[in-house]
Ligand binder design. Structure first.
Ligand code: ATP
Length: 514
């Protein structure tokens, strides 16, 4: 097993080497925390978006889509609370001149503490052997309980101080915990300050008349301001949802970990409008539904966990993250938030326009409550990419294989003529011409077929279809499975059925409903 750090380095270099992700404006030495999706990356990204969109919009009769503009009237962001409260607490180290998020420094400290629990478990496992009962150990071991309590106390104090805007106490906590700057190793910290994450821009030609705008920091507000437009024109009845994917921008203080935290990124959000008082039930419903979507991709149940928020955002009465085990540990992948009627009420009071819904069954008007599901497309890309990339020991060496869930794979199959002559390339192209309307299929004729298999393994292509001389005689081909490397001979006329069954969007969406 490679250490996590190597694994992550491997992810970043593989993404570049095989044309998934490039640094933005690389020829000018790049732009920090901004990335471009390359020829294969764009395919994987589109497939993730489609799988999310179709699971939301196509499979739910009561969810419709929207594509709102990135630029919105600036009052939107006053109403939403972003102008006043979309801040991160930052702290500088005076020696290294490096800037950090104060809450992240504390959370990293707690993560290190909690890693000690794993060590205790490993030690005990060795000591007790077969008789080891992990659950019991975690519940009763004095050292484990002590670490847990300490972590909880730290997080509770941090959350309380942040909530009360008591930034002096956040700094005091960093000092008490003796947290050092990872670069300089010193404890020479500045005060903690709030920093607004929105990017400003201007609309209009002349400086005097220019209107100050923001690039949207989340896609959700485009949905809220259109709530009544969609409800009325779509004759939607509550409960119903509006789904949207699109770019969002945040001037993140600490933008590292590759595409995990970017300054320009894409969100996939769904706001579900419900009667007040039903939020607990719907919140649980959407937590469960979203986890099911993740698990349907087969990336390992053990790689997901829920994390309930201690510190609630200004708009929420309950919130949880679905965390994924990235190479650098469990981190937020998706947020599920019970947003109350905060957003609609605020837009009503800032715009002076009614945002209420008339419920014909209850014979009354009310401001709906909202459950939000919000996932970063780029973070999902990183989850898929990092958990798929594997080095596998074989009898005759190793292979790099990306076990990308087949429905998301950039190419569903590659067609490979055994040699570049005797009519084999022509037959290979005929096969592609047959399949290309349903599936994205690659063609490769360079190098020995073994090397071509390896190339397709390294980009996650689920099937390699090899055309040889026998194919010309009996219209059969060899189909090789990426994961098992097994090969079988099947009729060319069967190819579409196999791909339909194994890699088509329809087949995977059906599994989701099963
Ligand atoms: P974090 O705590 O990691 O900053 P957040 O809680 O601010 O995230 P939300 O505002 O809930 O995130 O946004 C919803 C989702 O958008 C997140 O779960 C994440 O997947 C994605 N996301 C948020 N910020 C970024 C970013 N800077 N880069 C990439 N994805 C992001």
């Amino acid at each position: 097993m490679k250490p996590a750090e190597d694994l992550f380095k491997n992810v970043v270099s593989h993404a570049k080497e095989y044309g998934f992700i490039f640094q933005s404006s690389e020829i000018y030495d790049g732009l920090s925390a901004v990335y471009d999706y390359a020829q294969l990356g764009v395919l994987l990204k589109n497939n993730i978006r489609t799988y999310w969109w179709e699971a939301m919009v196509r499979l739910h009769e009561n969810i419709v889509g929207l594509d709102a503009a990135i630029l919105m009237h600036p009052t939107t962001w006053k109403a939403s609370g972003h102008v006043d409260a979309f801040n991160d607490p930052l702290i500088d180290n005076k020696d290294s001149k490096k800037r950090y998020r104060a809450d992240v420094l504390i959370e990293d400290y707690v993560a290190k503490l909690e890693a000690k629990i794993d060590k205790e478990v490993q030690k005990a496992d060795k000591r007790f052997g077969d008789a080891f009962d992990k659950e019991q150990f975690l519940a009763t071991n004095g050292r484990v309980i002590e670490i847990r309590e300490r972590s909880e106390t730290i997080i509770k104090r941090m959350s309380k101080s942040l909530e009360e805007e008591n930034l002096a106490d956040v700094k005091a906590l960093i000092e008490e915990l003796e947290i050092v700057c990872p670069v300089s190793g010193s404890k020479n910290w500045t005060e903690v300050k709030q920093f607004n994450l929105m990017f400003g821009t201007k609309l209009g030609a002349s400086a005097e008349n220019a209107m100050e705008l923001y690039l949207r920091p989340e896609t959700a507000q485009g949905i809220f301001v259109n709530f009544l437009n969609v409800q009325k024109t779509g004759r939607m009845k509550i409960p119903f949802g509006i789904a949207q994917t699109g770019k969002a921008f945040r001037n993140e203080i600490v933008a590292r970990q590759f595409i995990f935290r970017m300054r320009e990124f894409e969100q996939m959000e769904m706001q579900f409008f419900i009667p007040p008082g039903t939020q607990k039930t719907w919140y649980e419903h959407w937590k469960e539904t979203r986890l099911k979507w993740h698990l349907s991709l087969g990336m390992g149940q053990e790689n997901y966990r829920f994390h309930d928020h201690e510190k609630l955002a200004h708009y929420a009465d309950a919130a949880a993250d679905i965390e994924f085990k990235f190479p650098f540990g469990f981190k937020e992948l998706e947020g599920i938030h019970s947003r109350t009627d905060f957003d609609l009420s605020r837009h009503e009071s800032f715009s002076g326009k009614k945002m209420q819904y008339y419920d014909a069954e209850q014979e009354q008007s009310y401001t709906p409550y909202v459950i939000e599901t919000s996932i970063g497309l780029d973070r999902m890309f990183l989850a898929v990419f990092s958990s798929s990339l594997q080095e596998e020991e074989l009898e005759n060496g190793t292979r790099t294989v990306m076990r990308i869930p087949a429905v998301l794979a950039p190419y569903k199959a590659a067609v490979l003529p055994l040699v570049k002559k005797d009519g084999l390339p022509e037959l290979a192209h005929q096969i592609i011409d047959d399949l290309k309307f349903d599936f994205n299929v690659a063609y490769d004729e360079k190098d020995a077929v073994g090397r071509r298999y390896r190339r397709q393994d390294a980009i996650g292509t689920p099937f390699c279809i090899t055309v040889d001389h026998q194919s010309l005689e009996d219209q059969t081909v060899t189909i090789r499975h990426r994961d098992s490397m097994e090969q079988e001979r099947i009729a060319i006329s069967e190819l579409k059925n196999v791909l339909d069954r194994e890699v088509s969007l329809a087949a995977w969406l059906k599994k989701l409903e099963a």
